[in-house]
Design a protein around this ligand. Structure first.
Ligand code: ZN
Ligand code: ZN
Ligand code: FE
Length: 764
């Protein structure tokens, strides 16, 4: 007897070869009906003998395409209609419930074989199929059909059209399908002149440029990259100079995992992450190189001890490495310092003039800009530190409704979020909004996200900081749309809520937020917060002592100022700065000036940011006196720590954590000639113990067992891993970020769920 089912599937099922997969299994089991893509998901009606239907449903769950992910299937029995066959129906735009848009996918092995063997695709640098290739970067509107992508301007040749229409072909309904005959081409430009569009010629020339120590620009999936030989110090220094990037580490793309293993220590989890579907940058421990191996240029990371590594993910990367002599190239975003990555060919032509010695672009327009994502394995799990290519715009499923909520994020590491049903859709990494072009990128992306995902905002959430440009955006938005509600959320509350959202927690919890800077409800700068609360509200129970920051923001760029402030805090006017070897390079005059600022409390805003404590110690040890990039001083301090050291300094924990003794003991260690490895480790151990002790006390007083860790400091491997271990052994349950960054890139998610809780309270 025949039966019939109506099936709706939600998840990452658009643009990953899902419909042909359904078609194939329906045919395999002799079933009739249809499959249809809507912006809600995939809808199927299927009928036939019961046993065949069961086989179909089993295959449906177990054999789904590699790039697909099914979150939910709703199956309902319906009357048999007697369909004549099984069909794929044209896409339909049925509702505003957009579920998922697929992130961009690295080139698959079948496509890599095609560029060797298939005549029409020989050396084709933009080869793709239903299982791989660009997705989010080319999407302008939904549903995901070629007409709604930047591939719309390329008319398929007969060969591509036949593949696109053949259900049994890997390129069936692969929207960006293209080949040498009909698709966008790569082109080499030198000094602004088009030199060649022949891939053989291009890769030969690029290989020569790189070998000679030149810098090239190459258009990728989400924007242009700048590249040079990662072993060539002069080339890497020149790239720093031209890009105006002083010391922030460069990412390196290795030819393959074997060449990478010569330069970095990697475990199985890290190897899997490097090869994963998102193909992100992975922060790895750099190896000490034996004589026999050529070492990477020191200018890549200034001896940081970690290296941001990735593997090829676009066809053109493989084509380049097939000709390159070097096993590793710097691959950094094509921009000046912190501005957004360049995406358009026209902008590239003038922009790279004087920056790149040769440019390869391609004719496929990048609609949505994306940087490479950055990850790190901590506690043996992949953690996202910068969420962009390969992750965005995948939604994060929440335990509460967030429809119509727009979260503006923070400022320095901005990422915004919009709420759709019970899902948070977070933007790609936007960057530092204080750059005018970055602010424009923010506004443009905000408009695109709300249009693409069909969100009508009715609550806009922003950080409590009155001066953040994201706050100003929210206020302007409210001005233009008076009916929209507006809500300000304290920065560290948002950090904690972000991590709670990832784990589906509503509270109450103990939230420990450790970062550099966040505007506090007392008007001071917070950043070492022990909070107790839930999504509705929080109580600040403890924090590190406030330190004065001589010169305000300048002290963040110049940690030596904070070092002097720390000694002033510990010793008062008797502080003996001259005896600190690390500070001698600053000179007596500047040191004295800062001391006077501290004495008179002149331009010394108060901060308890944990990052500032790390800055101070880093400077006292002479490790980092001036920061070339956000987090340099703490990262270098972490890298210096000798992990065999078990000692710690004596802090005092009351209503605040008092570090005066800690700095005095550091001074004693310095006078005894103890090295940075020892002092750094001893300081790390102290911070771990301080957090552990305070959290334990709060747990006893409040009867709370769930500990949330958030904020940029928890990207520190030493702190996070030791601390989580101690909490684990003491029976407290620790929650850590996985999918969103612990840094300010995760703030928007917290704002969304706090917004949701607020709305629930205010509903009548
Ligand atoms: Zn492919
Ligand atoms: Zn073609
Ligand atoms: Fe923060």
């Amino acid at each position: 007897m025949n039966k019939a089912f109506h099936i709706v599937a939600f998840g990452r099922i658009q643009g990953v070869g899902f419909r042909p997969f359904i078609y194939r299994i329906a045919h395999k089991y002799g079933l009739k009906g249809w499959v249809l893509n809507t912006n809600r998901g995939v809808t199927i009606e299927v009928e036939g003998p019961e046993a065949s239907l069961n086989s179909f449903l089993t295959a449906f769950r177990s054999e789904i395409p590699a790039a697909a992910r099914v979150d939910e299937i709703i199956t309902e029995e319906i009357p048999v209609r007697g369909f004549p066959g099984f069909k794929i129906l044209p896409s339909r735009d049925t509702s505003d419930e957009v579920t998922e848009i697929c992130p961009d996918i690295p080139v698959c092995n079948d496509c890599l074989r095609d560029i060797e063997r298939q005549e029409r695709r020989r050396l084709y640098g933009l080869v793709n199929c239903a299982h791989c290739g660009p997705r989010f970067s080319i999407i302008k509107a939904l549903p995901y059909d070629r007409a709604n992508t930047t591939m719309q301007e390329f008319t398929m040749c007969n060969g591509c059209k036949a593949e696109y229409e053949n259900i049994l072909d890997r390129r069936f309904h692969a929207q960006p399908v293209a080949c040498n005959v009909c698709g966008p081409k790569y082109r080499l430009r030198v000094n602004g002149n088009m030199v060649s569009d022949d891939m053989d010629t291009i890769t030969d020339a690029i290989s020569e440029f790189i070998t000679r120590g030149n810098i090239i620009a190459v258009k990728g999936i989400g924007g242009f990259h700048l590249a040079c030989d990662a072993f060539n110090s002069a080339a890497v220094s020149e790239l720093r100079y031209r890009k105006q990037r002083e010391s922030k580490p460069f990412a390196v793309m290795f030819r393959d995992i074997l060449s990478l293993k010569l330069h970095a220590e990697i475990n199985k989890t890290e190897e899997d992450l490097l090869n994963s579907w998102s193909r992100p940058i992975v922060l790895l421990k750099q190896k000490h190189i034996q004589e026999a191996v050529k070492s990477l240029a020191n200018e890549l990371n200034g001896g940081l001890g970690t290296i941001g590594a990735m593997l090829p993910y676009m066809p053109v990367h493989y084509l380049l490495f097939s000709k390159l002599e070097t096993d590793a190239i710097v691959l950094t975003s094509g921009n000046i310092s912190d501005e957004p990555i360049i995406t358009s060919n026209i902008a590239a032509e003038s922009f790279f003039n004087g920056i790149a010695d040769a440019v390869i672009d391609h004719e496929r327009e990048i609609y949505n800009r994306l940087d490479d994502s950055v990850t790190r394995v901590l506690l043996d799990k992949p953690r996202v530190l910068r969420r962009s290519r390969g992750f965005v715009p995948e939604s994060i499923l929440l335990n509460r409704p967030v429809e119509g909520i727009v979260a503006c994020g923070a400022e320095l590491v901005n990422c915004f979020g919009i709420g759709k049903g019970n899902s948070a859709i977070l933007s790609q990494h936007i960057g530092d909004l204080k750059n005018q072009p970055t602010l424009e990128f923010f506004t443009e992306s905000m408009n695109r996200f709300t249009n693409l995902f069909r969100v009508s905002p009715y609550l806009i959430v922003h950080d409590l900081h009155p001066e953040y440009l994201s706050t100003k955006y929210a206020l302007d938005f409210k001005n233009d749309n008076p009916a929209v509600d507006i809500l300000a959320v304290q920065h560290h509350h948002a950090h904690i809520a972000s991590c709670m959202a990832e784990h589906g927690l509503d509270g109450p919890v103990i939230g420990i937020a450790m970062d550099g800077t966040g505007f506090g409800t007392d008007g001071h700068i917070w950043g070492s917060e022990f909070l107790a609360g839930d999504l509705n509200s929080f109580e600040r129970i403890c924090h590190f002592d406030y330190l004065p920051l001589p010169g305000g923001d300048l002290a963040i760029k110049e940690p030596w100022r904070t070092a002097i402030a720390a000694l002033h805090y510990s010793y008062g006017k008797q502080a003996d700065f001259e005896s600190v070897p690390g500070l001698r390079a600053i000179g007596e005059e500047k040191t004295r000036l800062v001391q006077e600022m501290l004495d008179y409390k002149f331009n010394c805003p108060l901060s308890c940011g944990a990052g500032r404590y790390f800055d101070a110690v880093s400077a006292l040890l002479g490790i980092c006196l001036q920061q070339g990039y956000e987090g340099e001083a703490p990262m270098k301090l972490e890298a210096a720590a000798d992990l065999s050291v078990q000692d710690e300094y004596q802090f005092m924990a009351g209503t605040t954590v008092d570090f005066r003794n800690v700095f005095k003991m550091i001074m004693e260690d310095l006078s005894k000639g103890k090295g940075p490895g020892y002092i750094s480790a001893r300081f790390h151990n102290t911070v771990i113990s301080a957090i552990f002790e305070v959290a334990g006390r709060i747990s006893e007083e409040r009867g709370l067992k769930k500990i949330i860790l958030s904020g940029g400091m928890f990207q520190n491997k030493v702190i996070l891993e030791k601390l989580a271990g101690r909490f684990g052994r003491s029976g407290l349950e620790v929650f850590i970020h996985e999918k969103v960054p612990p840094n300010d890139g995760g703030i928007a998610l917290g704002q969304l769920v706090i917004g949701s809780a607020w709305r629930k309270r205010n509903e009548r």
